[in-house]
Design a protein around this ligand. Structure first.
Ligand SMILES: *[C@@H]1O[C@H](CO)[C@@H](O)[C@H](O)[C@H]1NC(C)=O
Ligand SMILES: *[C@@H]1O[C@H](CO)[C@@H](O)[C@H](O)[C@H]1NC(C)=O
Ligand SMILES: *[C@@H]1O[C@H](CO)[C@@H](O)[C@H](O)[C@H]1NC(C)=O
Ligand SMILES: *[C@@H]1O[C@H](CO)[C@@H](O)[C@H](O)[C@H]1NC(C)=O
Ligand SMILES: *[C@@H]1O[C@H](CO)[C@@H](O)[C@H](O)[C@H]1NC(C)=O
Ligand SMILES: *[C@@H]1O[C@H](CO)[C@@H](O)[C@H](O)[C@H]1NC(C)=O
Length: 274
């Protein structure tokens, strides 16, 4: 009996003061434009409980609930009208979240059982554009490697991403950027007759965009055709010119003995006019 009383007392002592490990930070990742909810894990806020949300290095109070009254700092220029608090749980929702809302959020639950604190670290990532595949036609005119085709995978205006080329499931090459917002491109050299499936992937730690099953035959078509046409046309063009010259010389030489120059010139003029 007395043991039980001591144990109960001990429990109450333990429960007074700060419960929960403040050093423990819960990481939350989200995309720009998402709605992010930070949960108190409270099932029902009691009448005398106070739930307090703070943000940033100064622990600025942004929202709280006390005696069942919800207060949201309407003057906060960072959050404007994005904050919402659940009256039953005290959980905080940030709507249409932006990168300036990333950082540390501190939750304080003050109740008759003591004060509990929790930290949330929100990281915001940009939504990614789909990568664009183009053919590097500058390689076309070089004529040095007609069996190869140069492709370029590119994205504009990105930061903290990796851009990669895959052949099937295996990584061929990749390039990464950190914070700067820049344009990225990654080249790939393939052969015209390619049956493998290629894809280009852009990713950040929480999302990705992919150009799947790139049709090499289709992309490399134009340049390959151009190369082929040039290859066939050059000899044909040369032959035509040479044949024409030979015919002209033969005609001049052959006719010289039978007709005068004037007639030849007349005939030639008629010939070219016809
Ligand atoms: C919060 O997360 C970012 C990475 O997303 C990290 O760089 C930073 O150190 C974290 N802050 C804390 C206090 O854990
Ligand atoms: C690049 O991104 C910034 C914001 O991140 C935006 O203001 C700008 O218009 C974008 N530029 C292009 C070319 O998309
Ligand atoms: C053609 O592309 C292959 C890769 O598909 C590469 O190994 C080879 O070196 C390239 N050849 C030339 C001449 O660029
Ligand atoms: C590509 O596939 C065709 C049939 O679809 C086959 O005839 C050809 O040998 C294949 N080429 C290579 C390089 O695997
Ligand atoms: C892209 O994201 C999907 C989930 O959205 C994931 O299953 C896939 O493995 C990711 N791909 C890469 C290459 O990161
Ligand atoms: C690739 O494109 C070519 C030409 O447009 C087409 O004939 C072929 O079927 C395509 N291949 C695939 C796998 O989609």
């Amino acid at each position: 009996m007395t043991d039980k009383a001591v144990f109960l007392c001990f429990c109450l002592l333990l429960k007074k003061g700060v419960i929960g490990d403040t050093d423990e930070v819960k990481s939350v990742s989200a995309l720009e434009g998402d709605s992010v909810s930070l949960n108190t894990d409270v099932t029902e806020v009691q009448r005398d409980d106070q739930i307090l949300w703070m943000f940033g290095p100064q622990n600025t109070r942004i929202a709280d609930i006390h005696r069942q009254n919800i207060y949201i700092d309407a003057t906060n220029t960072i959050f404007e009208k994005r904050l919402q608090m659940d009256s039953q749980t005290g959980s905080l929702t940030i709507r249409n979240i932006r990168s300036e809302h990333s950082g540390l959020y501190k939750l304080q639950i003050i109740s008759s059982r003591g004060t509990e604190e929790k930290l949330f670290n929100i990281s915001i990532y940009a939504r990614l554009p789909a990568p664009v595949i183009t053919r590097d036609s500058s390689q076309c005119s070089s004529g040095s490697s007609t069996s190869n085709c140069s492709l370029v995978c590119s994205v504009v205006n990105v930061s903290a991403v990796t851009l990669s080329w895959y052949k099937g499931n295996s990584l061929l090459s990749s390039i990464s950027v950190s914070d700067l917002s820049i344009s990225l491109s990654l080249p790939l050299e393939v052969e015209y007759q390619e049956n493998n499936t290629y894809s280009c992937v852009i990713n950040n730690p929480i999302t990705n965009q992919t150009q799947h099953n790139i049709n090499i035959t289709q992309l490399c078509h134009t340049c390959a055709e151009l190369d082929e046409r040039l290859k066939h046309m050059m000899p044909i063009a040369n032959m035509t010119i040479i044949a024409g010259l030979l015919a002209f010389i033969a005609a001049v030489v052959g006719l010289r003995y039978h007709r005068n120059i004037r007639t030849i010139v007349q005939q030639f003029t008629q010939c070219t006019q016809a």
